[in-house]
Write a protein that binds this ligand. Structure first.
Ligand code: ZN
Length: 241
């Protein structure tokens, strides 16, 4: 069975549409989205509606919780706070209520899905290196877990002795090894590749493939400026940081 796993759409409608088109071209049994549907980008309403229609799982990220009123804004930087305020104002009451209902973890078969932390899904640490990954492997039982939040596509593995890191576009998952996989970001990649990112997991072949999709980055960047959001949020999309 093939499933699409993606995260951090961040109200970038052009990127989301391009990724959903690519997912349809590949053909999958399920679409699993790991949260942060809103924040940073100009189109939170349209993105949330499209995600609610098209995903089999939609988790809550920290930006979603803040926009729904479930998380205080003092945990956000100035830039992020500005964009959360923008999303909160633009979303309808029913949309904020739907965001507030989203869960922070789901199991899909034997895959654990979270936004930031398998060990504590209600917290939002940045798991970017082997030390941080070690804490996640030790803090929760899972064979394979998927997460987002850092916007950096990569995979950690734990063979029982050490935690290693892989950044290859295709990963063959060995039996007896545990995996913690970051699916990158649809709407605001930060690995210096501005193309949208999503991950294709094949449970029969036990492979994970990171796919990159070109979309109209200029248009999404211009939308952010037109919306009156900070210029830094528009310019970072162009370079993928
Ligand atoms: Zn995010």
């Amino acid at each position: 069975m093939k499933v699409a796993v993606f995260s951090d759409v961040h109200a970038n409608l052009a990127a989301l549409r391009s990724v959903l088109d690519d997912i349809d071209r590949v053909g999958v049994s399920a679409r699993l989205c790991l949260g942060d549907s809103v924040g940073y980008g100009a189109d939170p309403r349209a993105c949330l509606d499209l995600l609610l229609q098209s995903c089999d799982v939609l988790l809550a990220g920290n930006h979603d919780l803040a926009a729904s009123g479930r998380m205080p804004l003092d945990r956000f930087s100035g830039l992020a706070r500005h964009a959360v305020d923008y999303a909160r104002d633009l979303l309808t009451g029913p949309q904020r209520a739907r965001l507030a209902e989203l869960t922070d973890e789901e199991w899909w078969g034997d895959l654990l899905l979270v936004h930031a932390s398998p060990a504590d899904p209600s917290e939002f640490p940045y798991v970017r290196d082997a030390d941080a990954a070690r804490g996640q492997f030790d803090g929760r039982r899972f064979r394979a877990a998927f997460y987002g939040h850092t916007h950096l596509p990569l995979a950690f593995h734990d063979d029982g002795e050490r935690v290693g890191l892989t950044v290859r576009p295709r990963l063959e998952m060995a039996s007896g090894v545990r995996y913690l996989c970051n699916v990158g970001s649809v709407g605001q990649p930060r690995d210096q590749d501005p193309r949208a990112c999503w991950a294709l997991y094949d449970s029969d072949a036990r492979t994970l493939s990171f796919r990159r999709v070109a979309y109209d980055v200029d248009a999404s960047s211009a939308r952010i400026r037109e919306a009156g959001l900070p210029d830094a949020l528009a310019s970072r999309l162009l370079v993928g940081v």
